[in-house]
Write a new protein. Structure first.
Length: 310
């Protein structure tokens, strides 16, 4: 990978591979390796690697979400630090969110249909200016969404675990704690779901609280699929919600028999809202810069709270 060319000269790559067998070909991994760059490894793969690297002190994930790699071997080992790609994908995801807002506000499906049928028929569109965006999960990604939405003239409601941290944020009109989820749901014209996936946030949007969604709301999920009960979402799309833009799903790839495929008020993207030509390069480059930080004796950035899951 090109970005690894930016590694400090003091560092040394001792093993690479697309699977365990390839990595195991080099015995130096177990005797000397103390840093692991994870690109595609699953919980099972990482658990095996961690058990075979006695000197491992740091794992870096090239993704921002780490729910897919948090195995007990990592979480319960206090000697291993975990970092992630915090901030790398925020800009692209924020652009996707504003695209989704405009998709429904300007009724892009109707425009495309009329163009296909050669129909010249004027209709009113909605402005984003003055609309309210609720952001469930006001971390780095949520902040990037708020910054763009504010330029459009939208009002921002931010929901996060520690609301005091965003009281002075110039892009936020009002900040709420987790217990105020239903309030945010009821006041948002556009609801952006950007929470990390943990045991506590699994199905945080479900049948019991989706009924609080403002009538005509557009729901946009850029966090993780299991944050939302898909059956409850499908039901809500038939009455309360104007539509939904979904980049993530409970099962990926989205099964061909999923009802979501056939709903006219759903915009589906194949979990690629943060996939750009430079995203992986930028993420690995962030890792190399962190390597330099460690060699210089400074603290790692983007450290994950393994117990909390983000």
């Amino acid at each position: 990978m090109v970005a690894l060319g930016n590694l400090p000269i003091e560092s040394r790559i001792i093993a690479t591979g697309n699977n365990l067998d390839e990595i195991r070909r080099d015995g130096h991994l177990y005797n000397e390796g103390n840093v692991l760059l994870n690109i595609t490894g699953s919980k099972q793969v990482l658990a095996e690697i961690v058990n075979e690297m006695p000197f491992l002190v740091w794992i870096h994930s090239i993704t921002a979400g780490v729910d897919h790699i948090l195995c007990p071997e990592i979480v319960d080992n206090n000697d291993i630090l975990l970092t992630n790609a915090k901030g790398v994908f925020s800009s692209s995801l924020a652009e996707y969110v504003m695209t989704a807002c405009s998709y429904f506000a300007k009724d892009i499906p109707r425009l495309l249909h009329q163009q296909k049928e050669c129909v010249w028929e004027k209709f009113c569109v909605r402005e984003l200016r003055g609309a309210t965006m609720g952001i469930v999960g006001y971390g780095n990604i949520g902040k990037a969404c708020a910054k763009l939405a504010k330029v459009y003239g939208m009002k921002i409601l931010a929901l996060r675990r520690n609301p005091e941290e965003s009281r002075s944020d110039p892009d936020v009109d009002q900040v709420y704690g987790i217990d105020d989820l239903n309030t945010v749901l009821s006041r948002s014209d556009y609801l952006v779901v950007a929470m990390p996936l943990t045991s506590e946030t699994h199905h945080m949007l479900n049948e019991s609280n989706l009924q609080y969604c403002k009538l005509g709301q557009v729901l946009i999920n850029i966090g993780r699929g299991p944050l939302i009960d898909e059956a409850a979402l499908i039901a809500a799309l038939s009455d309360r919600l104007q539509g939904a833009a979904l980049d993530v799903f409970a099962v990926e790839p989205l099964p061909s028999d999923s009802p979501l495929w056939g709903l006219p008020n759903v915009l589906i993207s194949p979990h690629n809202a943060d996939l750009t030509e430079t995203s992986r390069y930028s993420s690995v480059l962030q890792f190399t810069e962190n390597c330099r930080t460690v060699i210089n004796g400074d603290a790692l950035s983007c450290v994950v709270d393994k117990k909390a899951g983000y």
